[in-house]
Design a binder for this molecule. Sequence first.
Ligand SMILES: [Zn+2]
Length: 259
Amino acid sequence: MSAVTGDWRAEVPAVAARLAQAKRVAVITGAGMSADSGLPTYRGIGGLYNDIEVEQNMPIEDILHAYTLARNPALTWKYIAQIGRACRGAGPNDGHRVLAGWDNRFETWVITQNVDGFHRQAGSRNVIEMHGNLSRCYCCACRAAFSDEALDLEVLPPRCAQCDGLVRPDVVLFGEMLPEVALSNYEREIVRGFDVLLAIGTTAGFPYIAEPMLRARRAGAVTVEINPDQTVLSNAVTHRLAGRARDVLLALDAALAEV
Ligand SMILES: [Zn+2]
């Protein structure tokens, strides 16, 4: 059962032994994965957002909502731009790099709720960004694509250089569906099956995360949770490592090298 804190190191050899025999591994990551990158421990879109002062007493979930983007895009963009600056000032940490290195040991699929793009930056080959990527933007009217660095954010919201339409980030705002391509890629890989599934730094509150983990365990796969906090998965996984993502991944990788 779940050791609440501290003793996660005792679980490391057992998990490393499972990984050493795995052919396909799924890694589902959330905000805790990027907490060691110097980003605030965000919540909100893709785990993005922390204690930034909000205005008009509006909850951040309302500011980063499709409804607000449509009616008051300057307000939504004010926060999007802040989050974007935080992401550009940070980068992948050792935990991201450990996962990228696993591509050379077994087939690794990274399914991330994060929109910071750090898994790709670290070099992971198979990345499914369930909530999009903040550095990609597009015009709502003509669908022209822009990188966030190419946008003029002096005047918000940014407008399309071609048609003057509203430009938005390619992320899932509150009130929006998950992107179809990401969802179908995810489902395709879940159906193909995994030997080990790890949920890292995610509260796993979304059914699309919790349910495949539970189903996989019932089907005989090994499930692992890496999270200092208790989640809905904590008592349902094969192994629970109650530590920070970066620390646990470095320890797992070191143990894996010795198996
Ligand atoms: Zn346009």
